[in-house]
Ligand binder design. Structure first.
Ligand code: URA
Ligand code: SF4
Length: 254
């Protein structure tokens, strides 16, 4: 049975897309193999390429701060990226590069089998929610089959704009509550209680509801009022433009 370390070695040896020729180090990802949370970023930047580790530059420092704000550390979570080799000058990864690299992420998801996947930014959001806009889906739990998906904006965006930083912090603050619900759901003993509450939700939901969101089932919290469409949406949409049209080959879920 292949381990995450075996997979990491396959990534380090990989030459299957043009990004291999510009890399100093491939960045397979890191974290415990039984992590409850899998973060998926976009691709390595300068520092990540230098060190062969994900999120070790300024965006990584912010991610660590965010984890600290909910009482967690980075060694408790798995951190991966859509592409494992750095795109030159931090350009956006191309559809063919994302497609070539997707098998490694698919396998990471399979091996870790996390309770929750937190997508960072529009590229990883698009993998699970093709055609969506990050400003519309951010901060809401989505069920697309397999682990639940919680899309948030990329930490690097939070470093550029204060309103995005606030949005990311606000979304992050929901994570402990989400984990509680998901842990409860994962316990066989409480399955029937969850099914009952899901059934109750389904009866109330309009027929057009496209995906059942556990977050929608949770009691509203006072801070929730700011989770709805907010002034930062315009800026986030600006960031999200090309993600609104899913690139070919990105429809595949795991
Ligand atoms: N940004 C990413 O998307 N991934 C990293 O690993 C670092 C910065
Ligand atoms: Fe291989 Fe992915 Fe690196 Fe491309 S980005 S060379 S597919 S590991």
């Amino acid at each position: 049975m292949e381990t995450l370390e075996d997979l990491a070695q396959r990534v380090r040896d990989c030459t299957e897309c043009p990004l291999h020729s510009g890399r100093t180090n491939a960045v397979p990802g890191e974290g415990p193999d039984d992590a409850e949370i899998l973060f998926i970023g976009e691709g390595p930047g300068y520092y990540e390429d230098q060190q062969g580790r994900p999120f070790v530059g300024p965006a990584g420092n912010f991610l660590e701060e965010l984890l600290q704000s909910i009482g967690m550390t980075r060694d408790q979570v798995y951190i991966a990226n859509m592409v494992k080799c750095r795109p030159h000058n931090n350009r956006d990864p191309m559809p063919n590069e994302i497609e070539a690299c997707s098998k490694y992420l698919d396998r990471q998801i399979e091996l870790i089998n996390p309770l929750l996947i937190i997508t960072l930014g529009r590229f990883s959001m698009t993998r699970f929610l093709p055609g969506q806009s990050i400003s519309r889906v951010r901060g809401r739990l989505r069920s697309v089959g397999g682990p639940q998906i919680f899309p948030i904006m990329h930490p690097a965006a939070g470093l550029r704009r204060q309103e995005m930083r606030s949005a990311i912090e606000e979304d992050f603050a929901k994570v402990p509550g989400l984990l509680d619900v998901l842990r409860m759901q994962a316990e066989p003993a409480s399955e029937s209680a969850i099914q009952e509450s899901q059934a109750a939700y389904a009866m109330e939901a309009s027929p057009s509801t496209e995906s059942l969101s556990l977050w929608d089932m949770m009691p509203a919290q006072p801070s929730d009022s700011t989770a709805e469409p907010s002034p930062d949406n315009a800026a986030a949409d600006h960031e999200a433009t090309s993600a609104d049209v899913p690139p070919p080959g990105q429809q595949r879920l795991f």
